[in-house]
Design a protein around this ligand. Sequence first.
Ligand code: NAD
Ligand code: ZN
Ligand code: ZN
Length: 367
Amino acid sequence: MRAVVFRDPQRPVEVADVELDAPGPGEVRVRIAAAGVCHSDLHVRQGDWRVAAPLVMGHEGSGTVVAIGPGVTSVTPGDRVILSWVPACGRCRTCLAGHPARCELCADVLVPNGVLYDGTTRLHIGGERLHHYLSVSSFAEEAVVPESGAIPVHADAPLDVLALIGCGVATGVGAVLRTAAVPEGASVAVIGCGGVGLSVVQGARLARAGRVIAVDLAQERCDLALTLGATDAVVAGAGDVVEAVLEVTEAGVDFAFDAIGKVQTTEQAVRMLGLGGAAVVVGLPPSGARASFDPLTLAEREQRILGSNYGGTHPHEDFPRLVELYLTGELRLDELVSGRRPLEDAEAALADLAAGRALRTLLVPSL
Ligand SMILES: NC(=O)c1ccc[n+]([C@@H]2O[C@H](COP(=O)([O-])OP(=O)(O)OC[C@H]3O[C@@H](n4cnc5c(N)ncnc54)[C@H](O)[C@@H]3O)[C@@H](O)[C@H]2O)c1
Ligand SMILES: [Zn+2]
Ligand SMILES: [Zn+2]
């Protein structure tokens, strides 16, 4: 099958002819309908993080089950699925405590080693073994994933656009509803209006937040945020972003989401908080980054800094709900898609994301 392979940051990603093994026990083979290009894929491409390479890229995707391994009971061939990049084991300490997005096995074994649960991979080029990216590897015609990473979608919705739920949307909406549990009427600032940040904006609208202040370098992203639920927008760049947000809320915001992950934006999120406010770190920096904050202010003003991995999502509960919200028009996905391209355009799509020319590109293997 054709798949987009990353080897090292010095060279472009390329489509290669990759062998995909049959699904083993507890695994599912999926024909990919579409894969979204997320900034995390760009972090990989740019060498920001240590990853098990070579790997098949992509962690946001949707498709149709084409085969199941022994013991699989939750899906059958023909089922439509959204892929989850935390295929929780269901048995570790954090899974049992009710936090599937913190699954210890995913965090400590699957992600760092680029393998599935038996410690091996299903991806090869001849004798060369390729790794899975976040147990998904959706920039490909097909993928073999753990059963718990294939979330069935029974609603009659266009499958390609549902790919976005698999990362950006689950992360952004989940950061609001799960990580922060934003209450009705709270004031919210969202720094960064890409696929993740615009999903935070929509999550804030779903939570019936009060003021929702969107911040982005690009005027058109701010304009889009205003159509998706933001009440105010700040174009970053010219003046001080924190001052501009404080002009809207005066007392500071109840919640500030960093949906970019630059050290500067994380620090801005903390600085724009009001009394009892919480900064939520959703955007991811390169490994080794350090941000600073004023501990005295944090304590005196009872503020909090929260990390959010995958929006603390519970995929089996949240993905079907997000699909329903899309079908009722309360969650907008089509507006987040800036284009559909073939797998061969993966490198160009990543470059367009880096340059701010693309919002979410869907890579569609059948194009
Ligand atoms: N925590 C998680 O589980 C998780 C999941 C998915 C993505 N992420 C991370 O979230 C971040 C955002 O992902 P994305 O796909 O939405 O990215 P994106 O590239 O689509 O969007 C980033 C946005 O930030 C804006 N921006 C950049 N610098 C800015 C600045 N200094 N001030 C204001 N705006 C600025 C850009 O114009 C763009 O609109 C990435 O770091 C990604 O790795 C985290
Ligand atoms: Zn992502
Ligand atoms: Zn677990």
